[in-house]
Design a protein around this ligand. Structure first.
Ligand SMILES: [Zn+2]
Length: 291
């Protein structure tokens, strides 16, 4: 008899099943090993379906090529499931020695749950703020060719980039921009353009923080140091600031004298803008520029 369970519910069950694998090492057949020695027991099918780099790594490790370049499984690899149950059987391992544990934690989480958790960034133990962390995830996505993760991390990064309200946010921003230019693919022009935009519109407060911190914290990365050390970023901020200044100057009329069209009284406005209508301070009627 055909089941009456709705299709959506079936899909949910399937997704729940995959999510369940995240919390269990049942039938896991692959180990991801971090630089600290920590291990994550994972499933080849989950990992290799999403990452072309891991898929290739698995190929090299478990398969041998013949003269024609055709890959065939190594004897005793995944063809013989009984072997993997033996304690002394060879464990399949992907070593990510360059990656911090915190990052691998979230990378594995994403592979199973299609999202990761950045809550730890708010704790004092976190080595990174949210912007730095999302950027690190984006860089990892590019490195291991996990397209969905790249899209997810990029959106998360952009959504945090605007918030430079607190000193902690601004510190996070400065370090994230540094890493953005050092480690992320240069083709990512959207992220860089946004960083320049945020850096320019907040340059006053970002520079001010640096001046306050200058004594005693010589080695800390300030916004001023960032502008000097990443000329590609610094140049663009300076150009954008100059353009904004020129625009302001163009629209400014300096000191001008006006006469009210109503009560005829004269008054002087300093640093007024020619694109803004001037009103009489006495009667609020429109005023006309005299000189
Ligand atoms: Zn008036």
């Amino acid at each position: 008899m055909a089941s009456t369970t709705p299709l959506k519910s079936n899909r949910e069950k399937l997704i729940n099943g995959i999510e369940g694998l995240y919390k269990s090492d049942w039938n896991s057949d692959l180990v991801i090993k971090g630089g600290s020695g920590k291990e994550w027991k994972v499933h080849t099918i989950i990992v290799c379906l999403q990452s072309k780099v891991f898929k290739t790594k698995c190929k090299n490790e478990w398969q041998v090529s013949d003269n024609n370049g055709t890959y065939t499984p190594k004897p005793g690899a995944f063809t013989d499931s009984l072997l993997s149950l033996k304690k002394d059987s060879q464990q399949k391992v992907i070593e990510l020695t360059d990656e911090p544990d915190l990052l691998i934690d979230q990378l594995v989480r994403f592979l199973y749950l299609a999202k990761y958790d950045a809550k730890f960034c708010k704790t004092t133990e976190s080595p990174w703020g949210p912007m730095q962390f999302h950027l690190k995830m984006f860089i990892a996505a590019d490195k291991y060719d996990i397209q969905d993760l790249a899209g997810y991390a990029k959106q998360e990064f952009l959504s945090k980039l605007e918030r430079v309200d607190s000193p902690a946010d601004r510190r996070d921003f400065i370090h994230a921009v540094y890493e953005l230019y050092q480690a992320s693919p240069a083709s990512e022009t959207e992220l860089r353009a946004k960083a320049v935009e945020v850096g320019t519109s907040n340059s006053y407060v970002l520079l001010d923080d640096g001046l306050k911190e200058e004594d005693g914290k010589e080695n800390d990365l300030t916004f001023h140091r960032l502008l000097r050390e990443i000329p590609e970023f610094g140049d663009q901020v300076v150009v954008a600031l100059s353009a904004a200044f020129a625009e302001k100057k163009k629209n400014s009329v300096g000191t001008a004298t006006y006469r009210c069209e109503g009560c005829r009284s004269q008054f002087v406005i300093t640093n007024g803008r020619c694109d803004v209508k001037i009103h009489c301070p006495e009667c609020r009627k429109a005023a006309r520029k005299l000189w």
